[in-house]
Design a protein around this ligand. Structure first.
Ligand SMILES: [Zn+2]
Length: 223
């Protein structure tokens, strides 16, 4: 388990990457990590994710009460806390507004067609959650039916949330969603989609299951 300072450094590093790769603009987005004691280390509100220092981060308890840090927490923290509460396997959450994937979310189109083999192995598919006002408990509730099966979810007319066992995984899931959205957009521009057959999808799902079991076993020290 990493020391708190390492988690702070990592959030700053991935916040910069999120900004540099264009997955957020201005003060958009937020990142968080679950600490060993169950508290959540998260990014503050109203700050560019490309300009944060480790001391700008805030620690809250699992109910969202501030434990340390002088800045205010993000209004979208409730969504992060909801995910940690529902998914004991999740160690980090990333929320961003990647332009292409958010375009799909604003068009009401899920990224759930079997267009790319890699996506089926890594994310399975990326569903679309109903629209709810950001920062409200209703937004978190809209994710509930999708959370057990998915590590990346489009939020209608808003953006994307991803999670993972650690921050690197949650961040890479966000990059993967946006990359897949760009590929899907190209198929729309070409006017043709040629999804994989059910048989091919089944084979890829088997690989996904093996990969997932391997990751779980490694994380619990069985491998
Ligand atoms: Zn947002």
């Amino acid at each position: 388990m990493k020391a708190e300072q390492l988690h702070r450094d990592e959030i700053v590093r991935f916040g910069k990457l999120l900004h540099q790769t264009g997955l957020v603009a201005a003060t958009d987005g937020n990142l968080s990590v679950r600490l060993e004691n169950g508290n959540i280390l998260c990014t503050p509100t109203l700050m560019s994710k490309g300009l944060m220092e480790p001391d700008d981060l805030v620690i809250v308890d699992p109910r969202g009460n501030r434990v340390s840090g002088s800045r205010e927490v993000s209004s979208e923290l409730a969504m992060h806390l909801f995910i940690y509460g529902r998914r004991p396997d999740v160690g980090a959450v990333v929320h961003a507004h990647p332009p292409t994937a958010t375009g799909y979310a604003a068009a009401g189109i899920a990224l759930d067609r079997a267009l790319c083999s890699e996506i089926i192995v890594t994310l399975g598919s990326v569903p679309l959650a109903n629209y709810e006002t950001p920062g409200t408990p209703e937004l978190a509730e809209a994710l509930a039916p999708l959370l057990n099966e998915h590590d990346a979810i489009l939020m209608a007319n808003h953006g994307v949330v991803t999670c993972g066992a650690d921050l690197l995984t949650a961040y890479m899931n966000m990059e993967t969603v946006e990359h897949f959205a760009k590929i899907a957009l190209v198929t729309h521009l070409l006017g043709k989609q040629q999804p994989l057959s059910d048989q091919h999808v089944d084979k890829l799902r088997e690989i996904r299951l093996k990969y997932h079991n391997h990751v779980v076993a490694s994380a619990s020290g069985k491998d």
